[in-house]
Design a protein around this ligand. Structure first.
Ligand code: HEM
Length: 428
C-alpha cells in the first residue's frame, strides 16, 4: 500500500508557527485534511516526514495504544532534523531528550513515575487546595479591577494566575516566580518574536542547544536545593511528594527528578492561561453569554469545557510507531513518526455538531485537548478547577465586558493561545 502524501500547503501549514498564530487559514487546511486525507504524510524540507493525524477517532485510537505508539523513541514535540540530531549528540545514550519527564517515558517507567503524584492531582485531593486557589484568584481579580476599566487580559491577568497557582502548589516561593517564568520561556524557546526577543541573538542550532543546556542546568540547581529542603522539612506541597518519593526502592535519579519538577512547572501555566483567556474573549464578544455566566449561581462547567475545546492550548504531541500497525485504513510502519493534531481533532465534524461555533451547551462535550490514554493530562482536574474558580470570582464582579481591540495569538506550533486580549469592562 502506498502512503498518501499531503498537498504541500497542508504539510507546510502544520509546521508553521505563523499559521497557528493566524488560526483561520490553518483550520481550512485541517478541515481539508479531515475530509480528504485524514491520515496522510506531511513532507517538509527541514523535517523528517510524519503522519498528520487529524480525526478525533484516530487520535484516540493512537492515544489508547501506548505499547505500539511510543513517546520515548523520538521527540514528543515537533523538532526539525538538525535540532533532533544535535539533541541526540547532547544526551545520554543519544536518546535525544534534553529532559526526561513523564512525556518522554514509556512503560514500565512511565506508570511508576506517574503514580508518584497522580493521586495528588485527583479531584478529592485538590479540594484541599481550593481555598488557596480562590485566594489567588481573588487577588488577581482585585488587581484587574484596579486597572480602572481597560487592560490586556492575556498579558495582565491570564499570564500570571495559573503560574502563581502552579508555583504555589509545587512549593516555589513567590520571589522565585520570575526566575521560573524566564526559564520556562527560554526552555520552550518560543518561536514568537514578540515573546522571545532574547532569541534574536541565537543564530545557530548549536547555540540553541548550548543555551538549553544552560537553562536546564539552572533548573536542576534550583530544584536540587528545593529537594534537599523538602527532605529535611516536609510540607504539604508537590515538591515534598517528589523529593521523598522512591522508584524501585531508591531515590529518584537526578535527571528524572529535575524532569519531574520541570514538567509540572512548565505544563501547568501557559496552557491554563490560554484556555482562561479564550473563555473571556468569547464572553467579551457575546453579551448574552456574558449576562448568563456572570450570574453568581450559573453553572460554569459547560463554559469551561467548551473554552478548552475552542482554544486547544496544546496543539499537538508526537508519537513513534513501535510496530507495523493499520489504523484509519492506513498502513503505519515501525519507526514512523506521527503528529496527533489536537486542534484538528477538536473541530472534527464527525464528533462535534457545528464545530466552529462556540457553544457552552454541547450535550456531551468530547473535547480531547487533554489528550487520551496513558499520557492523558495529569493536571486536567486542576486546570478545570482553576478556570472555574477564576470565572466564579471574576464574572459576578463585572457588569459590562467587551473587546477593546484586536486579540492576537501566539505564533507557536506546540502551546498556543492568546498573547493579546484588550478588554474594556465596568465593575459592579
Ligand atoms: C500532559 C494538555 C494543564 C500537567 C498533557 C497532554 C496534553 C495536556 C495534551 C499530553 C497528552 C498526551 O500526550 O496524550 C493540557 C491542557 C491544559 C493542561 C490543554 C490546560 C487547559 C495542565 C496542568 C498541569 C499539567 C494545570 C499540572 C500542573 C501535565 C503533565 C502531563 C500533561 C504532568 C504529562 C502526563 C504524562 O505524560 O503522563 N497535558 N494540560 N497540565 N499535563 Fe497537561
Amino acid at each position: 500500500m502506498t502512503k498518501p502524501i499531503l498537498p504541500g500547503e497542508v504539510a507546510a501549514a502544520v509546521v508553521d508557527p505563523v499559521a497557528y498564530g493566524a488560526w483561520d487559514g490553518l483550520h481550512q487546511q485541517l478541515a481539508w485534511a479531515r475530509a480528504n486525507a485524514p491520515l496522510a504524510v506531511a513532507e517538509n524540507p527541514d523535517y523528517d516526514p510524519f503522519w498528520l493525524v487529524t480525526r478525533h477517532a484516530d487520535v484516540m485510537a493512537i492515544g489508547r495504544d501506548p505499547q505500539r505508539f511510543a513517546n520515548a523513541v523520538r521527540p514528543t514535540v515537533l523538532t526539525n532534523r538538525d535540532g533532533e540530531a544535535l539533541a541526540r549528540a547532547a544526551t545520554p545514550g543519544n536518546d535525544g531528550h534534553l529532559i526526561r519527564s513523564l512525556v518522554q517515558m514509556d512503560a514500565p517507567d512511565h506508570m511508576k513515575y506517574r503514580l508518584l503524584t497522580q493521586s495528588w492531582f485527583m479531584p478529592k485531593n485538590l479540594k484541599q487546595v481550593e481555598d488557596r486557589i480562590r485566594q489567588i484568584a481573588r487577588e488577581t481579580v482585585d488587581k484587574l479591577l484596579a486597572t480602572g476599566g481597560e487592560c490586556d487580559f492575556a498579558r495582565d491577568v491570564a499570564a500570571h494566575y495559573p503560574l502563581h497557582v502552579v508555583m504555589d502548589i509545587l512549593g516555589v516561593p513567590p520571589e522565585d516566580e520570575p526566575r521560573m517564568l524566564m526559564l520556562t520561556q527560554q526552555l520552550f524557546g518560543s518561536t514568537d518574536p514578540d515573546l522571545n526577543r532574547s532569541r534574536e541573538a541565537i543564530t545557530s542550532a548549536e547555540q540553541a542547544i548550548a543555551m538549553l543546556h544552560y537553562v536546564i542546568a539552572d533548573f536542576e540547581n534550583y530544584f536540587r536545593e528545593l529537594t534537599a529542603d523538602r527532605r529535611a522539612n516536609p510540607r504539604q506541597d508537590i515538591a515534598t511528594v517528589i523529593a521523598n518519593a522512591t522508584i524501585d526502592g531508591g531515590q529518584i535519579p537526578d535527571r528524572e527528578l529535575a524532569g519531574y519538577y520541570m514538567i509540572i512547572a512548565t505544563a501547568g501555566h501557559d496552557t491554563t492561561s490560554a484556555s482562561t483567556a479564550g473563555a473571556i474573549m468569547e464572553l467579551a464578544k457575546n453579551p448574552a453569554l456574558f449576562e448568563r455566566f456572570r450570574a453568581a449561581d450559573s453553572d460554569k462547567a459547560g463554559l469551561i469545557e467548551e473554552a478548552i475545546r475552542w482554544t486547544t492550548p496544546v496543539q499537538h504531541f508526537m508519537r513513534t510507531a513501535r510496530a507495523d500497525v493499520e489504523i484509519g485504513g492506513q498502513q503505519i510502519r515501525e519507526g514512523d513518526w506521527l503528529m496527533l493534531n489536537y486542534v484538528s481533532a477538536n473541530r472534527d465534524e464527525a464528533v462535534f455538531g457545528d464545530p466552529f461555533a462556540f457553544d457552552p451547551d454541547r450535550a456531551k462535550n468530547q473535547q480531547i485537548a487533554f489528550g487520551f490514554g496513558a499520557h492523558v493530562c495529569l493536571g486536567q482536574h486542576l486546570a478545570r478547577m482553576e478556570m472555574r474558580i477564576m470565572m466564579e470570582e471574576l464574572l459576578p464582579r463585572l457588569k459590562k465586558l467587551e473587546l477593546a481591540g484586536e486579540p492576537a495569538r501566539v505564533e507557536s506550533v506546540f502551546v498556543g493561545g492568546l498573547k493579546r486580549l484588550p478588554i474594556r469592562f465596568e465593575a459592579t
